[in-house]
Design a protein. Structure first.
Ligand code: NAP
Ligand code: GLU
Length: 429
């Protein structure tokens, strides 16, 4: 049996990589390694609930536009559905479904009591005014009001969303139910119960996993040559923290293009430049321009794709020269490219481990909110690092004992825990 996307969601076109097919393929590999019942795999390949809503919005010029939003709830076997909300033109139901499944394995791998979900709207947020974005966000959450809740489904930021959108979501939900419900979202501003450390948490987690992987190879972080695709919430924080530890960030990019400096970029200066340059890094002095395509194939110790999925593919994988590929984005390496990198002995640090720092601190934010006790940043970072290191060592151990790749090791741990919980709850015979 070949596990395929259970949803009739995307036309198969030549060269099109169906994200849900890919996610199902990794699930199938994990199921085979764990000798899981095909019925269990069938349950785990289906999202529990798929919600698609229309979002009518009045634009600033008076016109009405109707957008489409999705929320896919993959699994709540281990706890409330959990996952981000993405605003990006490439959002599709298939993408959101695949990302929801990844969230289930990520939370299980990290040992946090959540299931997996993801949401999204296919818009370019930069094409809308702040007022329009607020109206879109509020209407989207109003449409989802019966499907989410602080112990049901807890959204968070993802590409194109941030603490600002989380605050609008929290307010919309609270107004609808008649009282303040800070626990409805994570990644929210500190003023309404956000956590110190959440903003940089995903990048910090990436830094921790890269640091450990370099140490495992006997390589110092100081002087390591690092390339980062994407300079947003995740890519920027990873760059800043790795730079502080002495790594040389030799190239970074945003959607508008990249920059390269053979001796390493001055990240604080670049941060200030980007803030004045509409989020773009292009034109930064003491660096040369490089395309996003060429950036991925630069010789380096660590390549960190921190933007979209399907960036390292069958087409460009043979040109990738990094020794370590750290998946800060969700799904940046395709199935075929992953097989090729593994065959060449390139260490691929899988997304469900590498970028888990964000959801871990989301969990810590939720715990602080539920207990009405808020921690200092040092404690948040310490608790996050403990969980990240625990998962990292479990993945390494699983990989060594079963002689499997780090990705399969991470998947067997995540999928295995959900399958075990499914059995313990008696949800399958
Ligand atoms: N935020 C989280 O807590 C979190 C946690 C775990 C995983 N992730 C994953 O990390 C990835 C990035 O998320 P984010 O939160 O950092 O998003 P973000 O803040 O919106 O930043 C995305 C960055 O990627 C750039 N980008 C977009 N398209 C690109 C392209 N084709 N080539 C190069 N760069 C491109 C963007 O540039 P422009 O500004 O020009 O568009 C921006 O710099 C996503 O896969 C997300 O699912 C996020
Ligand atoms: N969107 C992030 C964070 C999810 C969360 O904090 O719930 C992810 O992919 O892991």
């Amino acid at each position: 049996m070949v596990l395929k996307s259970p949803l009739p969601i995307e036309p198969e076109t030549p060269g099109h990589i169906c994200p849900l097919d890919q996610a199902c393929s990794y699930l199938q590999d994990a199921g085979k390694e764990l000798n899981l019942d095909p019925g269990v795999l069938a349950i785990l390949s289906h999202p529990r609930k798929v919600v698609t809503v229309s979002i009518p919005v009045k634009l600033d010029n008076g016109q009405i536009q109707v957008l489409t939003g999705h929320r896919v709830q993959h699994s709540d076997i281990l706890g409330p559905y959990k996952g981000g909300i993405r605003y990006h033109p490439a959002v599709t139901l298939g993408e959101v479904s695949a990302l929801a499944m990844l969230m289930t394995w990520k939370c299980a791998l990290l040992g946090i009591p959540y299931g997996g979900a993801k949401g999204g709207i296919a818009i370019n947020p930069q094409s809308y005014s702040v007022g329009e974005l607020e109206r879109i966000t509020r209407r989207y959450i109003s449409e989802l009001i019966k499907d989410i809740g602080p112990s049901v489904d807890i959204p968070a930021p993802d590409m194109g969303t941030s603490a600002r959108e989380m605050a609008w979501m929290m307010d919309t939900y609270s107004v609808n139910v008649g009282h303040a419900v800070p626990g409805i979202v994570t990644g929210k501003p500190l003023s309404i119960g956000g956590s110190l450390g959440r903003e940089k948490a995903t990048g910090r987690g990436v830094m921790i996993i890269v640091r450990e992987a370099l140490a495992e190879r006997g390589k110092p972080l100081t002087g390591a040559r690092v390339v980062i695709q994407g300079f947003g919430n995740v890519g920027h924080a990873a760059a800043e923290l790795l730079h502080q530890l002495g790594a040389k960030i030799i190239a970074v990019s945003t959607g508008a293009g990249g920059i390269f400096a053979t001796n390493g970029l001055d990240i604080p200066a670049l941060t200030a430049y980007r803030a004045k340059n509409h989020r773009s890094v292009v034109g930064f002095p003491q660096a040369v321009a490089i395309s996003n395509v060429d950036l991925l194939t630069l010789p380096c110790d660590v390549l960190i794709p921190a933007a979209l999925e399907n960036q390292i593919t069958r087409e460009n994988v043979n040109q990738v020269q990094a020794e370590i590929v750290a998946e800060a984005a969700n799904g940046p390496v395709t199935l075929a490219a992953n097989q090729s990198l593994e065959a060449r002995g390139v260490t691929v640090l899988p997304d469900i481990l590498t970028n888990a720092g964000g959801v871990v601190v989301s969990y810590l934010e939720w715990v602080q909110g539920l207990s009405y006790v808020f921690w200092d940043e040092e404690r948040v970072n310490h608790e996050m690092e403990k969980l990240m290191l625990q998962a990292y060592h479990q993945v390494i151990q699983q990989s060594k004992s079963r002689q499997i790749s780090l990705r399969l090791a991470a998947y067997t741990l995540g999928v295995g825990r959900v399958a075990q919980a499914l059995a313990d709850r008696g949800l399958y015979p």
